[in-house]
Design a protein around this ligand. Structure first.
Ligand code: NI
Length: 138
C-alpha cells in the first residue's frame, strides 16, 4: 500500500468557495478526491508533453460507410500500425452511419500522428480524440 501524505493549502476564500461549488456539481464528495484528480490530469498532460514514454489515446469517428473506399482505407491504415492500434470497436449506427472507437498506444508522436490520420479521411463526419495514459506514472 502506498504511503499517504497530507499537506495544507492556503488560498483566497472566494476561490475556495468557487472550487467547492464546482466539485460539488461534478459529484466529488471531498476536496481530496477532486485535488487528486486534478493532479493526475496534470501528470498525464506532462506525459503528453514528453517525446519519450508511452501513452494511450482514443479516437472516436462517425462516418458514412457508403463513402467510396472509406472503410477499406481506415482498415488498411489500422493494419499498417498493428503495434499502435490496440483494438477497435465498430458500431453500425443506422443504414448509412458507422461509429468506430479506436484505442491507440505508443509514443506521443505515434499516437498523435495515427489519430490525425484516422480523423482526416474524407467522409469522416465527426471525430474526437481523447488523450489517455497507461496509468503507470500515476
Ligand atoms: Ni458499420
Amino acid at each position: 500500500m502506498k504511503e499517504i501524505a497530507r499537506f495544507g493549502v492556503s488560498m483566497d476564500k472566494e476561490l475556495l468557495d468557487k472550487f467547492d461549488e464546482v466539485i460539488s456539481k461534478k459529484g466529488y464528495t471531498t476536496r481530496s478526491e477532486a485535488i487528486r484528480d486534478l493532479i493526475r490530469n496534470l501528470i498525464v498532460e506532462e506525459e503528453w508533453s514528453q517525446e519519450t514514454g508511452e501513452v494511450m489515446g482514443v479516437v472516436v469517428t462517425v462516418y458514412d460507410h457508403k463513402q467510396r473506399e472509406l472503410c477499406s482505407k481506415i482498415v488498411e491504415k489500422q493494419h499498417h500500425h498493428t503495434d499502435n492500434v490496440i483494438c477497435t470497436l465498430h458500431i453500425h449506427i443506422d443504414e448509412v452511419h458507422c461509429m468506430e472507437i479506436t484505442a491507440l498506444k505508443g509514443t506521443v508522436k505515434e499516437v498523435k500522428e495515427l489519430a490525425d490520420e484516422l480523423r482526416s479521411f474524407k467522409g469522416v463526419k465527426y471525430s474526437k480524440f481523447v488523450k489517455a495514459t497507461t496509468g503507470s506514472g500515476l
